[in-house]
Write a protein that binds this ligand. Structure first.
Ligand code: PMP
Length: 355
Protein backbone atom coordinates (compact mmCIF):
# COMPACT_ATOMS: atom_id res chain seq x y z
CA UNK A 1 0.00 0.00 0.00
CA UNK A 2 1.27 3.47 -0.78
CA UNK A 3 2.09 5.82 2.04
CA UNK A 4 -0.23 8.85 2.01
CA UNK A 5 2.39 10.84 3.95
CA UNK A 6 4.37 10.93 0.71
CA UNK A 7 1.91 13.54 -0.50
CA UNK A 8 3.09 15.94 2.20
CA UNK A 9 5.18 18.86 1.03
CA UNK A 10 8.83 17.94 1.34
CA UNK A 11 9.40 21.23 3.14
CA UNK A 12 7.03 20.02 5.88
CA UNK A 13 8.44 16.49 6.12
CA UNK A 14 11.97 17.89 6.46
CA UNK A 15 11.02 19.99 9.47
CA UNK A 16 11.22 19.13 13.14
CA UNK A 17 8.18 19.92 15.28
CA UNK A 18 8.52 22.86 17.72
CA UNK A 19 9.03 21.34 21.16
CA UNK A 20 9.84 22.39 24.69
CA UNK A 21 10.74 20.07 27.57
CA UNK A 22 7.72 19.37 29.79
CA UNK A 23 9.52 19.36 33.13
CA UNK A 24 8.44 19.91 36.71
CA UNK A 25 9.81 23.29 37.88
CA UNK A 26 9.89 25.76 40.76
CA UNK A 27 11.28 28.56 38.62
CA UNK A 28 10.18 28.86 34.99
CA UNK A 29 12.60 31.06 33.10
CA UNK A 30 12.48 29.45 29.65
CA UNK A 31 9.72 31.26 27.74
CA UNK A 32 10.15 34.97 28.46
CA UNK A 33 6.78 35.13 30.18
CA UNK A 34 5.80 37.78 32.70
CA UNK A 35 6.58 36.32 36.15
CA UNK A 36 3.64 38.24 37.64
CA UNK A 37 0.14 36.94 36.94
CA UNK A 38 -2.67 39.46 36.29
CA UNK A 39 -4.31 40.94 39.41
CA UNK A 40 -7.47 39.15 40.60
CA UNK A 41 -9.47 42.35 40.02
CA UNK A 42 -8.53 42.40 36.33
CA UNK A 43 -9.26 38.69 35.94
CA UNK A 44 -12.71 39.27 37.52
CA UNK A 45 -13.42 42.13 35.15
CA UNK A 46 -12.53 39.89 32.20
CA UNK A 47 -14.65 37.02 33.52
CA UNK A 48 -17.61 39.35 34.01
CA UNK A 49 -17.19 40.64 30.45
CA UNK A 50 -17.20 37.08 29.14
CA UNK A 51 -20.14 36.02 31.31
CA UNK A 52 -22.35 38.86 30.15
CA UNK A 53 -21.81 38.00 26.47
CA UNK A 54 -23.81 35.50 24.39
CA UNK A 55 -21.71 32.38 23.88
CA UNK A 56 -23.98 31.00 21.16
CA UNK A 57 -23.13 33.83 18.73
CA UNK A 58 -20.00 34.30 16.67
CA UNK A 59 -17.82 37.27 17.57
CA UNK A 60 -18.12 40.32 15.30
CA UNK A 61 -16.64 39.42 11.91
CA UNK A 62 -13.23 41.04 11.53
CA UNK A 63 -12.88 41.78 15.29
CA UNK A 64 -13.87 45.38 14.49
CA UNK A 65 -14.32 46.71 18.03
CA UNK A 66 -10.99 45.46 19.27
CA UNK A 67 -9.11 46.61 16.17
CA UNK A 68 -10.54 50.05 16.78
CA UNK A 69 -9.39 50.05 20.42
CA UNK A 70 -5.88 48.86 19.54
CA UNK A 71 -5.75 51.47 16.76
CA UNK A 72 -6.88 54.22 19.16
CA UNK A 73 -4.16 53.27 21.63
CA UNK A 74 -1.59 53.82 18.87
CA UNK A 75 -3.19 56.74 17.02
CA UNK A 76 -4.09 54.54 14.03
CA UNK A 77 -7.40 53.73 12.31
CA UNK A 78 -8.85 50.20 12.77
CA UNK A 79 -8.10 49.51 9.09
CA UNK A 80 -4.39 49.49 9.88
CA UNK A 81 -4.72 46.84 12.61
CA UNK A 82 -4.86 43.02 12.36
CA UNK A 83 -5.52 40.88 15.42
CA UNK A 84 -4.84 37.21 15.94
CA UNK A 85 -4.26 34.14 18.01
CA UNK A 86 -0.90 35.35 19.26
CA UNK A 87 1.42 37.46 17.14
CA UNK A 88 2.54 34.14 15.65
CA UNK A 89 -0.70 33.98 13.69
CA UNK A 90 -0.11 37.42 12.19
CA UNK A 91 3.51 36.59 11.30
CA UNK A 92 2.39 33.33 9.67
CA UNK A 93 -0.40 35.09 7.73
CA UNK A 94 2.05 37.70 6.42
CA UNK A 95 4.39 34.92 5.31
CA UNK A 96 1.51 32.98 3.70
CA UNK A 97 0.49 36.06 1.75
CA UNK A 98 4.00 37.04 0.61
CA UNK A 99 6.26 34.01 0.35
CA UNK A 100 6.38 31.44 -2.43
CA UNK A 101 8.98 29.47 -4.40
CA UNK A 102 11.20 31.87 -6.34
CA UNK A 103 10.92 34.58 -3.69
CA UNK A 104 13.24 35.30 -0.80
CA UNK A 105 12.81 35.84 2.95
CA UNK A 106 15.64 37.75 4.67
CA UNK A 107 16.25 37.26 8.39
CA UNK A 108 19.11 38.06 10.82
CA UNK A 109 20.21 35.06 12.90
CA UNK A 110 20.37 34.00 15.65
CA UNK A 111 16.72 34.95 16.03
CA UNK A 112 13.23 33.56 16.75
CA UNK A 113 13.30 30.11 15.12
CA UNK A 114 9.79 30.22 13.65
CA UNK A 115 10.76 32.74 10.92
CA UNK A 116 13.06 30.18 9.27
CA UNK A 117 10.64 27.34 10.04
CA UNK A 118 7.64 28.94 8.33
CA UNK A 119 9.78 30.58 5.65
CA UNK A 120 11.16 27.22 4.53
CA UNK A 121 7.72 25.58 4.61
CA UNK A 122 6.47 28.30 2.24
CA UNK A 123 9.00 27.16 -0.37
CA UNK A 124 10.71 30.55 -0.47
CA UNK A 125 14.51 30.80 -0.17
CA UNK A 126 15.56 31.84 3.33
CA UNK A 127 18.56 34.16 3.26
CA UNK A 128 20.00 34.62 6.76
CA UNK A 129 22.64 37.19 7.62
CA UNK A 130 24.55 36.71 10.86
CA UNK A 131 24.32 39.23 13.69
CA UNK A 132 27.70 40.78 14.58
CA UNK A 133 29.86 39.33 17.35
CA UNK A 134 28.27 41.68 19.91
CA UNK A 135 24.83 40.71 18.44
CA UNK A 136 24.35 44.13 16.80
CA UNK A 137 22.38 44.07 13.52
CA UNK A 138 24.66 44.16 10.43
CA UNK A 139 22.56 46.89 8.81
CA UNK A 140 24.55 47.16 5.56
CA UNK A 141 24.38 43.45 4.92
CA UNK A 142 20.64 43.34 5.67
CA UNK A 143 20.09 46.32 3.36
CA UNK A 144 22.05 44.53 0.60
CA UNK A 145 19.90 41.41 0.86
CA UNK A 146 16.56 43.08 1.46
CA UNK A 147 16.94 45.36 -1.57
CA UNK A 148 17.25 42.41 -3.96
CA UNK A 149 14.17 42.29 -6.24
CA UNK A 150 13.34 38.70 -5.16
CA UNK A 151 13.09 39.66 -1.48
CA UNK A 152 9.36 39.72 -0.81
CA UNK A 153 9.83 39.97 2.96
CA UNK A 154 12.49 40.85 5.52
CA UNK A 155 11.71 39.87 9.13
CA UNK A 156 13.68 41.44 11.95
CA UNK A 157 13.06 41.03 15.65
CA UNK A 158 13.76 44.05 17.87
CA UNK A 159 14.53 43.57 20.73
CA UNK A 160 15.77 40.35 19.24
CA UNK A 161 14.97 36.96 20.73
CA UNK A 162 17.29 35.45 22.02
CA UNK A 163 20.04 38.13 22.03
CA UNK A 164 18.11 41.12 23.42
CA UNK A 165 19.79 43.44 20.90
CA UNK A 166 17.88 46.12 18.97
CA UNK A 167 18.09 47.69 15.53
CA UNK A 168 18.55 51.48 15.34
CA UNK A 169 16.03 53.77 13.65
CA UNK A 170 18.54 55.09 11.10
CA UNK A 171 19.47 51.55 10.09
CA UNK A 172 15.82 50.51 9.85
CA UNK A 173 14.97 53.55 7.70
CA UNK A 174 17.81 52.65 5.34
CA UNK A 175 16.40 49.12 4.95
CA UNK A 176 12.84 50.43 4.46
CA UNK A 177 14.03 53.02 1.93
CA UNK A 178 15.70 50.46 -0.32
CA UNK A 179 13.62 47.28 0.13
CA UNK A 180 11.17 46.79 -2.75
CA UNK A 181 9.21 44.29 -0.64
CA UNK A 182 7.90 44.35 2.92
CA UNK A 183 9.83 44.61 6.19
CA UNK A 184 8.25 43.09 9.30
CA UNK A 185 9.56 44.20 12.69
CA UNK A 186 8.58 41.74 15.41
CA UNK A 187 8.20 43.84 18.56
CA UNK A 188 7.12 41.05 20.93
CA UNK A 189 9.44 42.53 23.61
CA UNK A 190 9.00 46.23 22.82
CA UNK A 191 7.48 47.09 26.23
CA UNK A 192 10.78 46.36 27.97
CA UNK A 193 12.76 48.95 25.99
CA UNK A 194 12.34 52.54 24.90
CA UNK A 195 11.97 51.93 21.17
CA UNK A 196 8.81 52.67 19.18
CA UNK A 197 8.85 52.33 15.40
CA UNK A 198 5.11 52.97 14.90
CA UNK A 199 5.63 56.61 13.84
CA UNK A 200 7.54 55.20 10.84
CA UNK A 201 4.26 53.79 9.50
CA UNK A 202 3.47 57.34 8.28
CA UNK A 203 6.57 57.29 6.08
CA UNK A 204 6.72 53.68 4.88
CA UNK A 205 3.92 51.67 3.28
CA UNK A 206 6.21 48.59 3.31
CA UNK A 207 6.54 48.45 7.13
CA UNK A 208 4.67 45.86 9.23
CA UNK A 209 4.94 45.80 13.03
CA UNK A 210 3.74 42.88 15.19
CA UNK A 211 3.23 42.91 18.96
CA UNK A 212 1.86 40.55 21.58
CA UNK A 213 0.02 40.45 24.90
CA UNK A 214 1.93 37.24 25.82
CA UNK A 215 4.90 38.96 27.48
CA UNK A 216 4.56 42.39 29.16
CA UNK A 217 0.75 42.10 29.28
CA UNK A 218 0.94 38.78 31.20
CA UNK A 219 -1.64 37.16 28.91
CA UNK A 220 0.23 34.24 27.34
CA UNK A 221 -2.69 31.92 28.19
CA UNK A 222 -5.11 34.00 26.10
CA UNK A 223 -3.02 33.92 22.89
CA UNK A 224 -3.53 37.47 21.70
CA UNK A 225 -1.28 39.38 19.35
CA UNK A 226 -1.66 42.07 16.69
CA UNK A 227 0.01 43.66 13.73
CA UNK A 228 -0.11 47.14 12.22
CA UNK A 229 0.63 48.11 8.63
CA UNK A 230 -0.66 50.18 5.71
CA UNK A 231 -4.44 49.67 5.13
CA UNK A 232 -3.94 48.14 1.67
CA UNK A 233 -1.75 45.39 3.06
CA UNK A 234 -4.02 44.79 6.06
CA UNK A 235 -6.90 44.16 3.62
CA UNK A 236 -4.81 41.59 1.79
CA UNK A 237 -3.71 39.83 4.99
CA UNK A 238 -7.37 39.53 6.08
CA UNK A 239 -7.90 37.36 2.98
CA UNK A 240 -5.36 34.92 4.42
CA UNK A 241 -6.54 34.99 8.05
CA UNK A 242 -9.53 32.75 8.79
CA UNK A 243 -12.87 34.48 9.38
CA UNK A 244 -13.34 34.77 13.18
CA UNK A 245 -9.66 33.95 13.72
CA UNK A 246 -9.65 35.60 17.14
CA UNK A 247 -11.91 33.84 19.63
CA UNK A 248 -14.44 35.99 21.47
CA UNK A 249 -13.02 35.29 24.94
CA UNK A 250 -9.59 36.64 24.02
CA UNK A 251 -11.18 39.56 22.20
CA UNK A 252 -13.07 40.61 25.33
CA UNK A 253 -10.02 40.07 27.53
CA UNK A 254 -7.67 42.02 25.25
CA UNK A 255 -10.07 45.00 25.19
CA UNK A 256 -10.14 45.08 29.00
CA UNK A 257 -6.36 44.60 29.33
CA UNK A 258 -5.79 47.59 27.07
CA UNK A 259 -7.60 49.78 29.60
CA UNK A 260 -5.16 48.61 32.28
CA UNK A 261 -2.08 49.45 30.25
CA UNK A 262 -0.87 52.13 32.70
CA UNK A 263 -1.26 49.79 35.73
CA UNK A 264 1.03 47.37 33.94
CA UNK A 265 3.83 49.91 33.73
CA UNK A 266 4.66 49.13 37.37
CA UNK A 267 5.37 45.45 36.71
CA UNK A 268 7.18 46.23 33.46
CA UNK A 269 9.50 48.65 35.31
CA UNK A 270 10.04 46.09 38.04
CA UNK A 271 11.01 43.43 35.49
CA UNK A 272 13.45 45.81 33.77
CA UNK A 273 15.05 46.72 37.14
CA UNK A 274 15.31 43.03 38.04
CA UNK A 275 16.86 42.20 34.66
CA UNK A 276 19.60 44.74 35.34
CA UNK A 277 20.09 43.51 38.92
CA UNK A 278 20.39 39.85 37.89
CA UNK A 279 22.69 40.69 34.97
CA UNK A 280 24.82 42.73 37.40
CA UNK A 281 25.11 39.94 39.96
CA UNK A 282 25.81 37.20 37.40
CA UNK A 283 28.43 39.42 35.72
CA UNK A 284 30.48 39.24 38.92
CA UNK A 285 31.00 35.50 38.42
CA UNK A 286 34.35 34.83 36.70
CA UNK A 287 33.27 31.62 35.02
CA UNK A 288 30.38 33.13 33.09
CA UNK A 289 29.89 35.72 30.34
CA UNK A 290 26.66 37.69 30.60
CA UNK A 291 25.23 39.77 27.75
CA UNK A 292 23.30 43.05 27.95
CA UNK A 293 19.67 43.00 26.80
CA UNK A 294 16.76 45.35 26.14
CA UNK A 295 14.14 42.61 26.58
CA UNK A 296 12.96 40.63 29.63
CA UNK A 297 15.59 37.92 29.04
CA UNK A 298 19.33 37.76 28.41
CA UNK A 299 22.06 35.39 27.26
CA UNK A 300 24.78 33.79 29.35
CA UNK A 301 27.79 31.73 28.25
CA UNK A 302 29.35 29.57 30.97
CA UNK A 303 32.93 28.31 30.90
CA UNK A 304 31.67 24.78 31.56
CA UNK A 305 29.61 22.99 28.86
CA UNK A 306 26.22 24.75 28.70
CA UNK A 307 24.29 21.46 28.82
CA UNK A 308 25.95 20.69 32.18
CA UNK A 309 24.74 23.98 33.66
CA UNK A 310 21.32 23.53 32.01
CA UNK A 311 20.86 19.98 33.36
CA UNK A 312 22.11 20.84 36.83
CA UNK A 313 19.64 23.74 37.00
CA UNK A 314 16.85 21.34 36.02
CA UNK A 315 18.01 19.20 38.95
CA UNK A 316 17.32 22.28 41.12
CA UNK A 317 13.91 22.60 39.43
CA UNK A 318 15.02 25.72 37.57
CA UNK A 319 14.10 25.77 33.90
CA UNK A 320 16.00 28.07 31.53
CA UNK A 321 16.29 27.91 27.72
CA UNK A 322 18.95 25.93 25.90
CA UNK A 323 19.78 28.04 22.84
CA UNK A 324 23.16 26.38 22.21
CA UNK A 325 21.94 24.89 18.90
CA UNK A 326 21.04 28.34 17.45
CA UNK A 327 23.41 29.60 14.75
CA UNK A 328 26.36 31.39 16.40
CA UNK A 329 25.27 30.53 19.96
CA UNK A 330 27.35 27.47 20.72
CA UNK A 331 27.40 27.02 24.54
CA UNK A 332 24.91 29.85 25.22
CA UNK A 333 21.82 29.71 27.43
CA UNK A 334 18.93 32.17 27.79
CA UNK A 335 17.39 33.25 31.08
CA UNK A 336 14.02 35.03 31.45
CA UNK A 337 13.82 37.58 34.27
CA UNK A 338 11.72 36.42 37.21
CA UNK A 339 10.56 37.91 40.50
CA UNK A 340 13.27 39.21 42.90
CA UNK A 341 13.07 35.98 44.93
CA UNK A 342 13.27 33.80 41.82
CA UNK A 343 16.23 35.81 40.58
CA UNK A 344 18.03 35.48 43.93
CA UNK A 345 17.49 31.72 43.81
CA UNK A 346 18.62 31.62 40.18
CA UNK A 347 21.80 33.50 41.06
CA UNK A 348 22.58 31.25 44.04
CA UNK A 349 21.98 28.07 42.04
CA UNK A 350 24.20 29.21 39.15
CA UNK A 351 26.94 30.47 41.50
CA UNK A 352 26.92 27.13 43.37
CA UNK A 353 27.05 25.05 40.19
CA UNK A 354 29.91 27.12 38.77
CA UNK A 355 31.72 26.95 42.12
N1 PMP B 1 7.93 36.77 18.37
C1 PMP B 1 8.90 36.48 19.22
C2 PMP B 1 10.23 37.08 19.01
C3 PMP B 1 8.68 35.59 20.28
O1 PMP B 1 9.69 35.31 21.11
C4 PMP B 1 7.40 35.03 20.45
C5 PMP B 1 7.09 34.08 21.57
N2 PMP B 1 8.07 33.32 22.04
C6 PMP B 1 6.43 35.37 19.53
C7 PMP B 1 6.70 36.24 18.50
C8 PMP B 1 5.07 34.77 19.57
O2 PMP B 1 4.32 35.27 20.56
P1 PMP B 1 2.74 35.07 20.63
O3 PMP B 1 2.32 34.19 19.49
O4 PMP B 1 2.52 34.48 21.96
O5 PMP B 1 2.19 36.44 20.49
Amino acid sequence: MSNPLEYLKESVRNKKIYTLPDIDYDIKANQNENPYDLPESVKSEILQGIESTDWNRYPRLGSGGLREKIGQSMGLPAGQVMVGNGSNEIILAVMNALLQPGKQLVIAEPTFSLYRHYGEISGARVEAVRLKEDFAFPADEITDKSQQPDTALTVLCSPNNPTGSTIGETELREILNTAPGFVLIDEAYIDFCSQDFCPLLDDYSNLIITRTFSKAFAFALGRFGYGVAAPDLVNEIYKVLMPYNLNGFSEIAAGILLQHRTDMETTINRIVRERERLIGRLSELDSLDVYPSEANFFLIKPEIPSDELYEQLIGEKILIRDVSHYPGLDNYLRISTGTPKENDNMFTAIANILG
